[in-house]
Design a protein. Structure first.
Length: 173
């Protein structure tokens, strides 16, 4: 089985509303599927991170369901693919010559995102925005393991998405 060479990642920096600079996004696509432009990903992540976005770099890797399932099993102990995985960048070294500090990486499975959006009667773009915001909040320390923490995270997601012009992702249409 031959492997295609990975597409070269390009970065874009987007400012969160009212901020001077936002998170820098490195986007890698490992599967041929629609994903939002880097600028949108950076804007959504920057809005979620607020002041924490300045001077930070976020990797976004778009993967096939099989790769998502492997990562989900290895790092979460769960079978099957998942929509988004967040990997903190605290242990990642800063690349020489770069001023951005690694925040972490989001691994997103577009096939699952598309299926979920359809099943939940959401636009694909709105669901992508929600998952980028959700993943970025995990990298900022938010969690949903306990009920109180989950409510706090959901409130933050709803507020950020509303500022970005998206509907509440937890309310059915």
């Amino acid at each position: 089985m031959s492997r295609r060479p990975a597409r070269r990642a390009r970065a874009v920096r987007a400012a969160a509303p009212g901020r001077r600079s936002g998170v820098r996004v490195e986007l890698r696509r490992r599967v041929r599927s629609w994903s939002p432009p880097r600028g949108d990903l950076a804007r959504w992540a920057s809005a979620a991170l607020g002041a924490r976005a300045a001077g930070r770099e976020l990797g976004v890797c778009v993967v096939a369901a099989a790769e998502s399932a492997r990562l989900n099993a290895r790092f979460r102990g769960r079978a099957g693919p998942t929509n988004v995985l967040s990997f903190a960048g605290a242990a990642l070294p800063r690349a020489s010559g770069r001023s951005a500090v690694p925040l972490g990486e989001l691994v997103i499975c577009p096939r699952l995102v598309r299926a979920e959006a359809r099943a939940q009667d959401k636009t694909l773009r709105a669901h992508w925005a929600h998952l980028v915001v959700h993943g970025a909040l995990h990298l900022a320390g938010y969690d949903h393991a306990r009920a109180g923490a989950a409510r706090r995270m959901e409130r933050r997601e709803i507020a950020v998405l509303e500022r970005l012009g998206f509907p509440n992702p937890y309310r059915s249409r």
